[in-house]
Design a protein around this ligand. Sequence first.
Ligand SMILES: NC(=O)c1ccc[n+]([C@@H]2O[C@H](COP(=O)([O-])OP(=O)(O)OC[C@H]3O[C@@H](n4cnc5c(N)ncnc54)[C@H](O)[C@@H]3O)[C@@H](O)[C@H]2O)c1
Length: 359
Amino acid sequence: MGGNKIWKIAMVGLGGIAEDTYMAQMPRNTGVEVVAFCDIKPERTAHFSQKYGIDRIYSNVDDLLANEDFDILMDTASIQAHYEINMKALKAGKHLYSQKPIGLTVAEATDMIEAAKANNVKFAASPIHMLRPDIIEARRLIKNGILGKITLVRAMSAHGGPEYFQYRANDPSWFFEPGAGALYDMGVHALHTVTGVMGPAKAVSCMAAISQPSRTVRSGSFDGKPIDSNKLYDNYMIHLDFGGGAIGDIVTGFCVKASTAPSLEIYGEYGAINFVQGGMKVYLDDHARKIRGWIDQQPQERPAPSFYQCSCIMDLIAAIEEDRQPAITAEHARHVIEIMCQVEECAADGTVRKLSTTF
Ligand SMILES: NC(=O)c1ccc[n+]([C@@H]2O[C@H](COP(=O)([O-])OP(=O)(O)OC[C@H]3O[C@@H](n4cnc5c(N)ncnc54)[C@H](O)[C@@H]3O)[C@@H](O)[C@H]2O)c1
């Protein structure tokens, strides 16, 4: 980035994603230094301190903020802890990257957006899909009218459950407790990609079920541990209305052991874009030139600097330096949080609910 400043980062929440994704990818970032770690579990701070050779460790975010000099707080803690950690960081004048969802309600998201403005700091909100080159390209094609009027979008974001496939060092039971769950952990991804390409939705309905009310951890440090998974839905079919004749359909949950289905499909009057394993496929129906079929789309722009999950930090730093919004905005995250809150209500009473937030 511009200048010689080294941006100091403190990481709060030292679990699977902090270790396997962010710390693993941090060396790809330039001009940044992780200076401190924080987790409520002493074994996690001890493990991170030893593994990464950083002795500035804290057991709570208050002590971190009171005693550590840094620029950016990365909140990679469990979902239920995000709002409190994020508000404390923003009020302390720290730039913030928060794992998803940033909070559990629209009111919480609004609090954070206002706190970021009041304290003149930048706030980047996960998921990171709006930084993905394939999503950026799909948005460009749609904006340029390649597909004509968009009619239908479908997305799937599901896996077999956090107890199923990951070699977790931490106990995954919290994913099945109120404030977390399949919608907030996985549905958030599909809802971000769908609204990212379509814009804000106008209404939502949903059918959901608790399909696997008991589970057993399948690998990692807690292998064999039984989990009561009967408090929250784990299987969702969500429907969205974007207005103007465009509708959407999303499958999410913790009940899909494996799938070859496209992660995202966008259909319009003149073609389709499908995200399948192996990349983005574009189908065009050009009546005037009498051609139709799948095309082998070549990149039209010089490739952007390579994308990786932790590149969200480089975008946040660029946003600070250029005084612009990060590409992954808290306003977008708030709209998805509104959808998720309404999904729970729709699933319970079978209604269609209107949405009011935009981004
Ligand atoms: N693991 C993944 O593959 C993955 C992928 C994408 C996103 N995420 C998201 O990342 C976040 C963390 O997920 P994870 O899988 O790493 O969970 P995890 O259970 O492995 O780790 C969470 C850590 O946060 C700590 N923590 C909880 N409350 C805290 C607090 N108040 N202060 C400090 N630390 C606190 C816990 O002690 C734990 O060490 C979640 O928002 C999750 O949705 C995870």
